[in-house]
Design a protein around this ligand. Structure first.
Ligand SMILES: [Zn+2]
Length: 179
């Protein structure tokens, strides 16, 4: 038994009018890093279409080492496959999008964090670094972290944004910058 049945029916509808998108640079020249929260789907919130932008999602939309590694690989891949087609100085912009009412916000509370660490086996320090209590602050921290990484390609820029769950609006906190 699987609860996928109704979703597979939706997929059947989707596949009926589907046109495959060839592998290429993201058409929007964007890559989005955001929270895995099911209220924060960038395809819907930002109207992203297939082939427009890769999306990396984790708890909080935090710029972890794993996220930095993925971005470094995607920049390498884009440069290798398509570097000669686009302007020599740019590959894509990374938009870090944090949001209000993030479930990771509870992890800012030491008691909650200790209980979560005991129950899950995830180290308290790891949980602490994923907490988004104030998205305006954490998005700045994460944009700076990515810009400071020696793994970030000089052809990739980084910007920071906050999605407000209450209004549906995304506002820009930090304009795009190159490392
Ligand atoms: Zn979240």
């Amino acid at each position: 038994m699987t609860r996928m049945k109704p979703l597979l029916e939706r997929n059947e509808q989707f596949a009926r009018t589907y046109t495959p998108v060839p592998l290429g640079l993201p058409a929007a020249q964007m890559l989005v890093v955001t929270c895995l929260d099911h209220r924060v789907d960038p395809a819907i919130v930002l109207g992203l279409q297939l082939g427009e932008a890769p999306v990396i999602r984790n708890a909080g939309g935090r710029v972890t080492q794993a996220v930095i590694d993925d971005i470094a690989f995607l920049a390498f891949l884009a440069g290798q496959l398509f570097g000669r087609q686009g302007p020599a100085d740019t590959l894509f912009e990374v938009a870090v999008v944090h949001h209000t009412q993030c479930g990771t916000g509870f992890l800012a509370d030491p008691d909650f964090r200790r209980q979560a660490a005991e129950a899950t086996g995830v180290p308290e320090a790891t949980l602490e670094t994923s907490a988004v209590a104030d998205p305006h602050l954490t998005v700045k921290t994460d944009v700076e972290r990515l810009l400071a990484s020696p793994l970030l390609s000089p052809k990739v820029s980084v910007s920071g944004h906050v999605y407000d769950i209450a209004t549906g609006r995304v506002t820009t906190t930090l304009d795009a910058r190159y490392p």
